[in-house]
Design a protein around this ligand. Structure first.
Ligand code: GTP
Ligand code: MG
Length: 208
């Protein structure tokens, strides 16, 4: 029987870098040119099949990047197993904001959290302001995973989530191992994994 691992993943980053678009691409394989800015946070799930032996179910908290929601973030990254910190490769300031989030995670999140730095909007290569070298060097110095993506074209999106899924079962605390209860914001109760629907993404209303 295959094992299903369950992990809580939080997306952080400046407003408009494409956090919600990355999740929409990952969960539904869709892209929307005119997305509304997220209010509070959104919750979605998606399952990644690693091999015959194991699947990883992500409980995804897509946070709002607007400054007015900043104080909510600890509620979402607290107890998170992994964080995807997103910047926009066409906006240098968004990498600075990503660095701020990473410093906060390093100070305040669970010490075992897996952090991935993600440069989004690679389809806008002509407008690039953040070089791959600069971002990669920073990620290496801080011990982070790093990748570039385009939520618009889909490039790199599945890959970054799969890379995180592969890394997690190896590093996860016992609470994230198969059959363990889910630990989400507001102490959400455990999820019965036997009732989940396999590899299909599901969108659920925000309960925050
Ligand atoms: P907040 O919810 O305000 O924090 O923003 P967000 O980070 O969730 O950004 P969102 O996904 O809403 O995307 C912002 C804008 O960027 C939207 O108009 C998207 O269509 C656009 N966008 C997102 N990803 C990409 C991408 O990979 N390429 C291009 N060209 N545009 C993108
Ligand atoms: Mg959003």
């Amino acid at each position: 029987m295959s094992k299903q691992y369950q992990f809580k993943l939080v997306l952080l980053g400046e407003s408009a870098v494409g956090k919600s678009s990355l999740v929409l691409r990952f969960v539904k394989d869709q892209f929307d040119d005119y997305r509304e800015s997220t209010i509070g946070a959104a919750f979605l799930t998606q399952t990644v099949t690693l091999d015959d032996q194991s699947t990883v179910k992500f409980e995804i908290w897509d946070t709002a990047g607007q400054e007015r929601y900043k104080s909510l973030a600890p509620m979402y990254y607290r107890n998170a197993n992994c964080a995807v910190v997103v910047y926009d490769i066409t906006q240098t300031a968004s990498l600075e904001k990503a660095r701020t989030w990473i410093r906060e995670l390093q100070r305040q999140a669970d010490p075992s959290i897996v952090i991935a730095l993600c440069g989004n909007k690679t389809d806008l290569e002509a407008r690039r302001q953040v070089s791959q070298e600069e971002a990669k060097k920073y990620a290496e110095e801080e011990g982070l995973m790093w990748a570039e993506t385009s939520a618009k074209s889909g490039e790199g999106v599945q890959e970054i989530f799969t890379a995180i899924a592969k890394k997690l079962p190896l590093t996860a605390p016992p609470s994230a191992r198969p059959g363990a209860a889910s630990r989400g914001p507001g102490a959400r109760t455990g999820v019965d994994l036997s009732k989940q629907q396999g590899a299909q993404g599901q969108q659920e209303p925000c309960n925050c």
